[in-house]
Ligand binder design. Structure first.
Ligand SMILES: C[S@@+](CC[C@H](N)C(=O)[O-])C[C@H]1O[C@@H](n2cnc3c(N)ncnc32)[C@H](O)[C@@H]1O
Length: 300
């Protein structure tokens, strides 16, 4: 008789978690981040939770749930959990047509107006910047057009993920991230470390600041101040109507009457006309202005 190897039951070998504990995690994630996990996310969440159980030596998902909700060390663990359950897909010069419209119809007139005014400061906020690619793409657009001579530019990148913010500050990118950067720019502003990793130059980084901020938290957002332009792309898709409304009002607070909000090409705000109105002339840049004051909060 041949002997078969005993089955080792590690936490990682369990395919999906029970419905009741999955629901608890979904609710916790929603309350903390505003992200709505669908029922089909059980496998994804199980694999992430199992990984953290293995790292921490916890016996199962229930033990991990207790750990992040009640343990004294939960403040240290929570950022790690958020890092692994958020999707950080991004790359330089994402969506070329939208960026061209942004440069031509939004940035160029703003720069022209600021050059004529006494106030030469332009503040831009990338509201869910992931690893910084979107932030640095915007700086590269300024550099390409020689707009920085008499403009005082500050681009603030924020994200809920601590790891993403750290990576933004490091600004070392793999081939995947830089593949759309025109080769002359890649050569000029990046150091090729080993043919696989590219380090961004200080001459680009110096216009930027990064910090952790949860779009759902009013206090995180208010401390950022006011912006001329807010770029909020490819993150609203993760929120339900309630979270979206909460996040949009938080963004609203960072804008003056002339500020513009730019969203992703698949993220229209037609259901939020009481907060933002699409600027028809800037439609190809997916730009919105604040709705007139006095409108009611519908969902929150
Ligand atoms: C798919 S990336 C988009 C990155 C970039 N804006 C782009 O379009 O290339 C989504 C980012 O949103 C962040 N995010 C998710 N929920 C958030 C929240 N409540 N507050 C701030 N950032 C959040 C994630 O951590 C992730 O880095």
């Amino acid at each position: 008789m041949t002997e078969t190897a005993p089955k080792i039951s590690t936490v990682s070998s369990r395919p999906t978690m029970d419905e009741s504990i999955f629901r608890k995690f979904v609710e916790f994630i929603y309350d903390t981040t505003g992200i709505k996990f669908d029922d089909n996310k059980n496998y994804f969440l199980t694999s992430k939770v199992n990984h953290r159980c293995d790292v921490l030596g916890l016996k199962n998902d229930i033990a991990y749930y207790d750990y992040i909700t009640t343990n004294v060390d939960r403040r240290t663990e929570l950022p790690k959990f958020i890092d692994i359950i958020t999707i950080h897909e991004t790359f330089f010069f994402r969506n070329e047509p939208q960026l061209k419209a942004f440069e031509r119809d939004v940035l160029a007139p703003l720069v022209a107006a600021k050059k004529l005014s006494a106030d030469k400061k332009i503040r831009i906020w990338s509201a869910a910047c992931s690893t910084g690619d979107e932030v640095y793409t915007t700086v590269l657009q300024f550099l390409k057009n020689n707009w920085l001579a008499d403009i005082n530019l500050e681009i603030v990148g924020t994200d809920i993920s601590q790891q993403a913010v750290e990576d933004s500050k490091k600004a070392i990118y793999a081939q995947y991230g830089v593949r759309n950067i025109p080769s002359d720019m890649l050569k000029k502003y990046f150091k090729d470390i080993d043919g696989k990793r590219f380090e961004l130059d200080e001459s680009v980084k110096k216009f930027t600041k990064f910090s952790v901020a949860n779009l759902k938290e009013q206090s995180d957002i208010r401390r950022l101040g006011k912006f001329d332009i807010i770029i909020c792309r490819n993150v609203l898709i993760y929120f339900d109507a309630n979270s979206k409304e909460q996040v949009l009002w938080n963004i609203y607070d960072t804008m003056s009457e002339n500020s513009l909000l730019l969203v992703g090409h698949s993220e229209n705000l037609y259901s939020y006309k009481h907060i933002f109105r699409s600027d028809r002339e800037l439609a190809s840049a997916f730009a919105y202005r604040k709705a007139p004051p006095g409108t009611e909060k519908l969902h929150v």
